[in-house]
Design a protein around this ligand. Structure first.
Ligand code: AHR
Length: 508
């Protein structure tokens, strides 16, 4: 018989709310993310509205994209926003030195991005330039975007065709300041973050949530130094946090190393486990960064924003190495589900995350064919779609018993990963079977509420490297799962090898 794992869930004990912003996105001027991905221009044969691909917008609306980070990444600290406003044919050009050394014509700029966010129904998260910009430049960008009267920048915006100010809730202060964003020491950056944050002002009713460029992976010293820069956060639990409100964290998953990251589609069972063990590391990273933050901020007022995460593979053979285009398999889907389980478990500190990146770059939701323009939804897209029920729901703790583990990449990897949430009259349970070879039954021991209905969906495929292409767009796509049975304590759920299952409950 199939081995059983038990998952105990107290449906009547809701925890912190999982912000919908945990399901956020990231679009950089990199390869074919913006150009060819989101933006095709008004004259394109590809159906578009004001130059923005309609199929991409529709697909992202379907997963209720909550926010979009732009213009980078490393590109953000090279970007000067005034180059991207005014008539498109008169905009100055620049070199995108980080990504392929190509010439950027700035045809996609502030107005195009804000138009995109409005079409998507997503909140903009703009990454301001600290590395090569000035305090005045950033300050004026905020004014341009958000000010309503006849100030100089509001007048310039109006001259460029937009009368009403936009709402911009999220503002980044630099990106990877320890690397491409200026190669700074954290002491230097802490001082700059305070200075830039001061001049990134709230105008009218627009209140910015300012996010300072945070640590890479396990750089706890970076987090600690930024936290120390706040002064006394413990004294008054009600006092607002200033001058910035959150720190970021970046962490990428690969099976190899930075020199040879591994293939997206051709991998061994060992590489499967190495990848998932490294994805599972997100639990440890969040616990340890949060512990550092707790020391300075016991009331948990400062947010942690994981604004870059996901898989980073060797580029698809034959594509530009600077464009970071990669395929996306069932393995990527499980990397995403494991990350979401970690984010849900830390919902009290993790206020937002942004997968890198949304279209045609790294762990994308959407791939578009450069020749035919055909659009493919990736296995990762489907995890985002299957998890929409977690948006703004209250986290439920999942206590797992009898979970097999193995050691990969020097880490212990539990082969079942799970999380759950409730909205009051519904609950959603996410279950990942990371075992490459064996199926498993999970006994859901559901306590505290009456379950009056259930349904389940599954994302799986025969091969570990299964993926979608324009010719075979649905090799990895969710379907109804009939492997669920009522049991004395709740429900029994069959998890085939390497599969992702969501169980939706109706509660009395
Ligand atoms: O997402 C690709 C790049 O990865 C980003 O530009 C940078 O911030 C990170 O190193």
């Amino acid at each position: 018989s199939t081995p059983t794992t038990t998952a105990i869930i107290d449906l009547d004990l809701p925890g912190p709310t999982i912000s919908r912003h945990v399901y956020g996105h990231f679009a950089e001027h990199l390869g074919r993310c913006i150009y060819g991905g989101f933006w095709v221009g008004e004259d394109s044969d590809i159906p578009n509205e004001r130059g923005l691909r309609s199929d991409v917008v529709d697909a992202l609306r379907a997963i209720r994209i909550p926010n979009l980070r732009w213009p980078g990444g490393c590109f953000a600290d090279d970007y000067h926003w005034r180059d991207g406003i005014g008539p498109r044919d008169q905009r100055p050009r620049m070199v995108n030195s980080h990504w392929g050394d190509v010439v950027e014509d700035n045809s996609f700029g502030t107005h195009e991005f804000m138009d995109l966010c409005e079409m998507l129904g997503a909140d903009p998260y703009i990454s301001g330039n600290v590395g090569s910009g000035t305090v005045q430049e950033m300050s004026e960008w905020v004014e341009y975007l958000t000010r309503g009267d006849d100030s100089p920048m509001a007048a310039l915006r109006r001259a460029n065709g937009r009368y009403e100010p936009w709402k911009v809730p999220f503002w980044g202060l630099g990106n990877e300041a320890w690397g491409c964003g200026g190669n700074m020491r954290v002491e230097t950056f802490s001082a700059l973050a305070r200075q830039y944050a001061t001049y990134a002002r709230n105008h009218g009713g627009n209140e910015l949530y300012r996010i300072a460029a945070g640590a890479d992976t396990a750089d706890y010293h970076w987090t600690e130094t930024l936290m120390r820069s706040f002064g006394d956060l413990a004294a008054d639990p009600a006092a607002p946090v200033a001058p910035f409100q959150a720190l970021s964290l970046h962490y990428y998953t690969m099976s190899g190393d930075w020199a040879d990251k591994g293939s997206a589609t051709e991998f061994t069972v060992d590489e499967w486990y190495t990848t998932l063990a490294r994805a599972h590391r997100m639990h440890e990273l969040l616990t340890r960064h949060s512990t550092v933050m707790d020391r300075y901020d016991p009331h948990r007022k400062v947010g942690l924003v994981v604004d870059e995460w996901g898989t980073w593979w060797n580029v698809e053979p034959g594509t530009n190495p600077g464009f970071l285009y990669q395929q996306n398999t069932l393995r990527d889907a499980l990397v995403a589900s494991v990350h979401f389980d970690a984010f849900h478990a830390h919902a009290d500190r993790v206020v937002m995350t942004n997968i890198a990146q949304t279209v045609n770059v790294l762990q994308a939701m959407i791939l578009t064919d450069p020749d035919s323009g055909a659009l493919v939804l990736t296995p990762t897209y489907h995890v985002f779609e299957m998890n929409t029920g977690h948006h703004d729901a209250d986290a439920l703790a999942v206590h797992l018993r009898d979970v097999p583990t193995l050691t990969a990449a020097g880490r212990e990897l539990p082969l079942v990963s799970a999380s759950a949430s409730t909205t009051g009259d519904t609950a959603l349970i996410s279950l990942s079977n990371l075992d490459a070879e064996s199926g498993r039954t999970v006994l859901l021991d559901l306590r505290g509420r009456h379950v009056i209905g259930h349904s389940a969906r599954i994302l799986g495929a025969e091969g570990l490297g299964a993926h979608n292409t324009p010719d075979r767009p649905s090799d990895v796509a969710p379907r109804a799962h009939d492997g669920v049975r009522p049991s004395e304590r709740g429900l029994e759920v069959d998890l085939p090898a390497h599969s992702y299952v969501t169980v939706a409950l109706e509660l009395a």
